[in-house]
Design a protein around this ligand. Structure first.
Ligand code: PEP
Length: 257
């Protein structure tokens, strides 16, 4: 048994304008039962432009839903046209920031060094990083998945102290399973989450490793979430496509029903 509180987060990516975003959260709140929130965190990560609207909705309706952002810049302010700082996100009651999502790594050239600077910035502002790691198909097929994920962890956590490490959430997202409909088997997902925990113990300590929550992400759906969440080292889910349906996301959150 573990006392790690599960965390289920919806990554909306670049979907929904702010009016649609309000509707989606309202519908989600309607579909969720009070017991679905009990003992687990529920989070939505909308595009930046919707954060303020959803913050207001969460506050006014007292919804037990947390707010996450999908990215941030590593600097606090400056001449970085088009960028958003972690401090700005903190002012919007954002509590988590995705760092190093595979789409950021693949499409926007984010290296482990860049991801590391973002993790540091997020923690500097009292927010929690959800650090995303995961191998591509070819790395899995060539038997290098563990090595790749361990390298990403080490590179992204440079200089992160033991007390900051305790606040991390790690999302294991095999790149080949993101948005493809392919899901890692529960056994494969569990195996990699255990590898991540072992590496955290080596980098920090066993108590830190035992406390850090590790999500699985990659085509999580109502039909597969229960088995994934039943694995001993999987403490939550990072959900892309299915989080855009209030019904499906509510079923995922309510998988214990
Ligand atoms: C994601 O974007 O992090 C993700 C896991 O997407 P999907 O659930 O659509 O595979």
């Amino acid at each position: 048994m573990t006392d790690r509180m599960p965390i289920i987060a919806g990554n909306w990516k670049m979907h929904r304008d702010h009016l649609e975003a309000i509707q989606l959260v309202q519908k989600l709140a309607y579909h969720l039962n009070p017991e679905d929130y009990e003992g687990q965190e529920v989070l939505v990560c909308p595009p930046f432009v919707s954060l303020r609207s959803i913050q207001t909705l969460i506050q006014s309706d007292k919804l037990p839903i947390g707010l996450g952002a999908q990215n941030c810049h590593d600097q606090d302010e400056g001449a970085f046209t088009g960028e958003i700082s972690a401090g700005m996100l903190a002012r919007l009651d954002v509590s988590y920031v995705l760092c190093g999502h595979s789409e950021r790594r693949a499409l926007f050239g984010e290296t482990d060094e860049v991801v590391n600077a973002k993790v540091v910035a997020v923690q500097r502002h009292g927010l929690r990083p959800i650090l995303c790691v995961g191998e591509v198909q070819e790395e899995r097929e060539s038997g290098r998945a563990d090595e790749v994920v361990i390298d990403q962890l080490r590179g992204s956590l440079q200089g992160i102290t033991i007390s900051d490490a305790a606040e991390l959430v790690i999302a294991y997202e095999p790149v080949w399973a993101i948005g493809t409909g392919l899901t890692a088997t529960p056994d494969d997902a569990q195996q990699m989450c255990a590898v991540i925990r072992t590496e955290l113990a080596a980098l920090y300590s066993q108590p830190i490793a035992d406390g850090v929550r590790i999500q699985y992400g990659g085509s999580v759906k109502p039909g597969n979430v229960r088995e994934l969440m039943g694995q001993p080292d999987i403490d939550g889910a990072l959900v892309g496509g299915a989080s855009l349906s209030s019904e499906d996301f509510a079923l995922i959150v309510g998988h214990r029903r």
